[in-house]
Design a protein around this ligand. Structure first.
Ligand code: FAD
Length: 516
């Protein structure tokens, strides 16, 4: 029976994989995780997608079990600042789009929105975020339907099976190092063998399959299936197996980041429950509020900006609180492995692929890969169909997310620096130009977005198109002949609900302080 899993790497990818497979297969699987004591984890990766809650549910963990241990907070949206023009902001919230008479509310908004803020008019979340509120009351109850209708009956489904059926109203933000520590304990308590050592050599048999890895102090570690979680190094997949890497650099030029962890008095500062992406001259800065500090970083293209300038800009952006924070400069490898499962080796995490963290998709990629590997877990026959199914789904998810990210830059109205002007003329992924033309006539729907599962529903595309402001959109002609009464009632209902919720929900900080 094939049941010996060897995971190389103990960052977020390694420990998420170890804990998930222990939860899935219990004692029937034998897991060894080896991580270097010398090579650190990447040390970033703090914001997630809302689907991440299925990961914690799968592990049988409740928020109160792990959130305080990881200084975690809720993320209700990505807030984009200065992408259209300086001073403008909009939200891409975790909130399903309402529809009226078969047309999305945003279509009605294009016809006659109550204000010029599509996000505040069509969704409830933006006003809750602006007010710094928690989506849960102090007694733990969640804001009311329709956000989570049917969510409970769908436990146990994979993320792709969930899509379109529910939209949970928030994701998490957490300290990546603390989460890895938490999952280490979880995994080891359930029988995962944890070895701290350097892998010095990957051993291949005569067929080119991995027979084991040689460590500095623990000798050879053998297994059946090897999971490469060694980060951008991709020690097993790209180095030992020499699997080609497909770069996205021609469509997504940001290849560098500088990150800071800045201690803050969050009580005094308050928590804006979202991840903010603030456009800069040659990229954008993320701001992620956690309990006790913010995580922040400048993602940029080194063709347009030097690391020194990036760091200086970031420190100025954060202000005096950043003075003592140590800068972490990171070179990002943007793209994906041509295949992420080759022979008996699967790459998960940065070793498999990565796109800039504009929509917080790194941990989503990991979660998706783990779910797909569990679903396609091999037996002794090593059926190649399973590898193909797996590789196709990984490639689709990453290619789809790449396309969504490229749309951000193409659709952003901003053109005040060479970086932003070049974003309008750079090559874009095949198919996107045609899709954009379609969306100018009809807002995105399931038929017109990237055709494979990639985690992003059509309403996400609408938010980016409407918020970025650089592509002219028109309401469907049919709406000119339709009675707008129902849509006006929906806008009014959103206003009422927003008023009611902003009067009753607690401050996000107060909610987390009570949890701690
Ligand atoms: P790493 O964290 O790099 O871990 C690699 C592991 O391999 C380490 O444990 C190391 O010790 C081990 N290793 C390496 N070599 C050896 C060896 N020879 N022997 C033994 N062990 C070895 N994702 C999100 O979802 N949200 C975000 O907001 C987000 N922001 C990001 C910002 C930036 C700038 C970057 C670069 C990434 C971001 N990501 C984000 C992605 C996220 O950080 C990663 O997906 C996640 O941390 C997983 O990393 P990893 O475990 O694959 O690799």
């Amino acid at each position: 029976m094939l049941n010996r899993l060897v995971i190389v790497g103990g960052g977020t990818a390694g420990w998420m994989t170890a804990s998930y497979f222990k939860a899935a297969f219990g004692d029937r699987i034998d897991i060894t995780l080896v991580e270097s004591g010398n090579v650190g984890a990447v040390g970033v990766g703090e914001a997630t997608f809302s689907d991440i809650r299925h990961f914690f549910e799968f592990l049988g963990l409740k928020e109160k079990d792990w959130m305080p241990a990881c200084n975690a907070t809720y993320k209700l949206a990505v807030r984009f600042e200065n992408w259209r023009e300086k001073g403008h902001s909009f939200y891409h919230p975790f909130e399903q789009m309402r529809s009226v008479n078969g047309f999305p509310l945003t279509d009605w908004w294009l016809r006659e929105g109550p204000t010029d803020r599509f996000d505040r008019d069509c969704f409830v979340m933006p006003s809750i975020i602006d007010a710094g509120l928690s989506p849960r009351n102090l007694d733990g109850t969640l804001i009311d339907q329709p956000f989570v209708e049917g969510a409970d009956e769908m436990q146990g489904l994979t993320m792709s099976e969930h899509q379109g059926k529910t939209q949970f109203p928030y994701a998490y933000q957490f300290e990546a190092a603390l989460l890895a520590k938490y999952l280490t304990k979880y995994s080891v308590e359930r029988g995962v063998t944890h070895i701290t050592d350097d892998v010095q050599k990957v051993n291949l048999d005569e067929r080119g399959w991995i027979s084991g890895v040689t460590t500095a102090e623990h000798g050879d570690i053998t297994g059946d299936l090897f999971v490469d979680c060694t980060g951008f190094r991709a020690l097993l997949m790209n180095k030992a197996l020499e699997v080609p890497f497909v770069s996205y650099a021609d469509t997504l030029p940001n290849d560098s980041a500088v990150a800071l962890q800045v201690p803050q008095d969050m009580k005094a500062r308050g928590i804006l429950p979202c991840t903010t992406a603030t456009a800069q001259d040659a990229g954008w800065i993320w701001t992620i509020p956690l309990m006790g500090r913010i995580g922040t970083g400048y993602v940029y293209a080194k063709d347009y900006l030097s690391p020194e300038e990036a760091e200086r800009t970031l420190r100025e952006f954060v202000g005096p609180a950043a003075a003592d924070a140590e800068a972490n400069h990171i070179r990002m490898r943007i793209g994906r492995s041509e295949n992420s499962w080759v022979n008996n080796c699967v790459a998960i995490g940065l070793s498999s692929g990565f796109v800039e963290p504009l929509e917080s998709t790194g941990i989503f990629f990991i979660h998706h890969a783990i779910e797909q590997l569990a679903k396609n877990f091999p037996d002794d026959s090593w059926n190649p169909v399973q590898r193909k199914l797996y590789n196709d789904s990984i490639a689709h998810v990453m290619d789809g997310v790449r396309e969504f990210l490229v749309l951000h830059y193409v659709a952003a109205k901003r053109d005040d620096t060479q970086y932003w002007r070049d974003a309008k003329t750079r090559r874009i992924p095949d198919g996107l130009a045609e899709r954009i033309e379609t969306w100018k006539t009809q807002l995105p729907d399931t038929e017109t977005v990237f055709p494979y599962y990639h985690g992003l529903p059509p309403y996400s595309y609408m938010c980016i198109l409407l918020g970025m402001g650089g592509i002219e959109l028109k309401p469907s002609p049919a709406l000119a002949l339709s009675d707008p009464g129902l849509a006006q009632r929906e806008f009014a209902a959103i206003r009422d609900k927003t008023r009611r919720l902003t009067e009753t929900l607690p401050k996000a900080y107060d909610y987390f302080a009570a949890q701690h």
